[in-house]
Design a binder for this molecule. Structure first.
Ligand SMILES: *Cc1c(COP(=O)(O)O)cnc(C)c1O
Length: 439
């Protein structure tokens, strides 16, 4: 079933063969990459000011929109349309603030081999594709969009796999890009088969926006291929309830029925979804389609995104409107991906109001303030990580090495550290020098 707008776009492109519309390769081939086609397919004329700026913007950040995603644009209210805003270039993208960065997350610097970002101890981000069906205007990897040089070839992928193979800590591999589902099923099958040969890789994750912008990509052939490589977790990227259509519902149903746990990562975007009611409607629709809202991202400091950024307070306000007010699994974790490679930092409203030696004061979503009396008799026990001697029955594999990191280290009994000090702290440097002199 396709809409009137879709029929008219289809007719404009190739005379209206319905079977083509549902063919994902046809959709990719006919992605809209120039202003004239954009106007012709939607039967509109954009204002002259936009026409003048279009070339300038797209020479830096190109445009590509699938006919399907284009068909969701509401041409009666172009300026405020969330689909239009996520897909059509605007002059603000050329505004580069002093605080903007081309690679704010330092993904390139935390990269042991090209295509891999290894930031967290037990998992890696593996960029296996550099193409997307639609170029999101808010892409955090905007620096790479349309960049032909960074297409990962087979040799590069093999180097990534080699790195994962020789790094036993890695138990979770996150395939991203670009969009891994833009690769051919056969090629993706090859990558996943190679990963599955590695014993320590427990789960494979795929980040894809195809359920949103190219739902026809979720074919039976793709599903059958993915099923060979379970456990596979799939994360999509819906930002607005309008993106949940019959076609995307069908794609999500296929994935859920096949047994893949589904998550969603939204980006908080000014003028698109910076509204508690919109976000509530989105998370409800996602849950109804068996997609668990996973992360809500604060918009990164990448160049060209300044017009999409909201204050962090907007995200907190949205969480305040969700936590307690709706099902717990409808509430995403709100994260700020810290510039400089600090990684994802979760933030949320404060629920812990005060504390004494035996009572904690909490407030709930309604503003009701309660006290929780802590146990009088809890015996703290000294953990020396000798699990064999402990009453709690954790059966550890023989002598699993473990080193606490960060704040966890300060809390641990078995670690002697009592403070974390920034590198090059001048006072500590002075101390070290004095100590040396004494020796
Ligand atoms: C987001 C991200 C991951 C995955 O983080 P989770 O919190 O496990 O979803 C891994 N590596 C990098 C570099 C990331 O940005």
């Amino acid at each position: 079933m396709i809409s009137e707008q879709q029929k008219s776009i289809l007719k404009e492109i190739d005379g209206g063969k319905l079977s083509n519309w549902m063919d994902w390769k046809w959709q990719v081939r006919h992605s809209v990459r120039d202003l004239e086609t954009f106007e012709r397919l939607l039967d509109i004329k954009v204002p002259d000011t936009i026409r003048e700026q279009y070339k300038q913007i797209t020479s830096k950040f190109p445009m590509s929109i699938t006919p399907y995603y284009l068909s969701l644009i509401n041409t009666d209210n172009l300026e405020n349309d969330p689909i239009f805003k996520q897909s059509f270039p605007v002059i603000d993208e050329l505004k580069v603030l002093k605080t903007d960065m081309s690679d704010p997350l330092s993904e390139d610097r935390d990269s042991p081999v090209p295509g891999i970002t290894h930031r967290y101890p037990d998992r890696v981000l593996f960029l296996v594709s550099n193409t997307c069906a639609m170029y999101c205007r808010h892409c955090t990897r905007k620096r790479r969009v349309g960049d032909q040089d960074s297409i990962p070839g087979k040799a590069q992928i093999l180097k990534g796999i080699e790195y994962i193979k020789k790094t036993p800590r890695i138990r979770d591999v996150l395939l991203s890009g670009g969009d891994p589902f833009l690769l051919s099923t056969k090629y993706l099958d090859w990558i996943m088969t190679e990963l599955r040969k590695i014993d320590h890789v427990e789960i494979i994750r795929i980040g894809t926006r195809t359920p949103v912008v190219l739902p026809y990509r979720i074919t039976d052939e793709l599903i059958n291929m993915l099923k060979k490589h379970q456990p596979v977790w799939i994360n999509s990227h819906f930002n607005h309830p309008r993106e949940i259509t019959n076609s995307s519902r069908t794609a999500l149903k296929k994935l859920a029925d096949a047994g893949f746990p589904l998550g969603n990562q939204s980006v908080l975007l000014a003028g698109v979804n910076d509204c508690p009611r919109i976000m509530k409607s989105l998370v409800h629709k996602l849950a109804f389609n068996r997609v668990r809202p996973y992360y809500l991202y604060q918009c990164d400091l990448s160049e060209g995104l300044s017009h999409f950024r909201t204050p962090i307070g907007k995200g907190i306000e949205i969480l305040e409107s969700l936590i307690g007010h709706t099902s717990g699994f409808c509430v995403p974790t709100y994260v700020i991906d810290a510039p400089g490679g600090g990684g994802k930092i979760p933030v949320m409203p404060n629920y812990l109001i005060s504390w004494s030696t035996n009572k904690v004061i909490l407030r709930n979503y309604e503003g009701v303030i309660s006290s929780y009396k802590e146990p009088d008799s809890y015996e703290p026990y000294f953990c020396d990580r000798n699990c064999a001697e402990c009453d709690l029955e954790l059966q550890l594999e023989d002598a699993q090495e473990y080193k606490a990191v960060g704040i966890e280290k300060l809390l641990a009994d078995y670690d002697k550290a009592i403070s974390l000090v920034p590198a090059n702290n001048p006072r500590y440097k002075r101390r070290n020098n004095d100590d040396k002199k004494k020796k």
